[in-house]
Ligand binder design. Sequence first.
Ligand code: M6R
Length: 365
Amino acid sequence: EKGGYEHFMLKEIHEQPESLANAIRGRLDFNLGSSVLSGMGTSSRDLAEINRVVLLGCGTSLHAGLVGEYAFEDLADLHAEVHQAAEFRYRNPLIGRSDLVVAISQSGETADTLAAVREANQKGAFVMGLCNVVGSTIARETGRGVYLHAGPEISVASTKAFTCQVAVLLMIALKLARGRRYSREQGMHLAKQIDSIPEFVRATIAQNEAIAELARHYADNEHAFFIGRGCMYPVALEGALKLKEISYIHAEGYHAAELKHGPIALLEEGTPVIAIATDIPGKDKTLGNVEECRARGARILGVITEGDEEAAAYMDDVIRVPACDPLVSTIPATVALQLLAYHIARIRGCEIDQPRNLAKSVTVE
Ligand code: M6R
């Protein structure tokens, strides 16, 4: 059932080109430079009335929402905010009819996300689900949404659900962008980039052996830092979550600029810093932060864009991802970090598919 792979997690990482193709297939309109997401159940008038996007989720799904926040703001000029779903219900969420609430959940059964959906429904917002499990409670209670089509995810550590969530969020953002400031040409360009995601991911997975090799340098530490800026900041959070979840290494994800406001005090000779420094706006600043870490003796692993020798020169080790649109590149960059976490955990002999204290679906608050 693991299809020849040692763990479900590794199988699911490798399935991503296929699961992403399934998530994307039939949902892009290259002619209009837009996306076709009929499950959203929105007319163009509904879309025009949306003033704000509120994204809800927990854990990895929360991180997908954080990438989505950049997409809605950058592409659609829409005010977007992300709430940890548990928090949403216990504050006074100021939402109403002009808000598009997107509940993100692989399982569709996470108690906190479900409670937040009920609260948003109660307040009359336009609520939709981004679920993988068909017919799950959140999918049913939202009544509208976009299924991920990632296929069953068995490993407790979420991998293919995350990349499909980001791909679907990009398609929703594209649709909203086209009703706002995005031209047909811009839309066509992004649609093509989204369509190439499976290929970008395949090229990243092709480095599996090399990643397994460099993981040896990072498997003996008890701490690690992941840093990134812009849309790579949530990728840093996701990379850190993956590592701590399956390898039990204490990993922290930080905005690269935040390091010198405290955490840099923890760096010692050999402390691993994983810098997501692909070629996006702000990369130079991230490289500056990498230099600060290096000066404190940190060992730096960079996730960089293929062919970027300038960035490579700052790093002790590199994983290269294909050159692509910045928002799109969050997907291959995350795949690189999934493989890194997997190989580190494997070297440490961890119970990868079933980490201690964790359940696949968290159905209690
Ligand atoms: O099923 P959901 O997407 O609602 O689950 C949310 C989190 O429990 C989940 O992403 C969790 O953080 C994973 N173990 C992360 O790998």
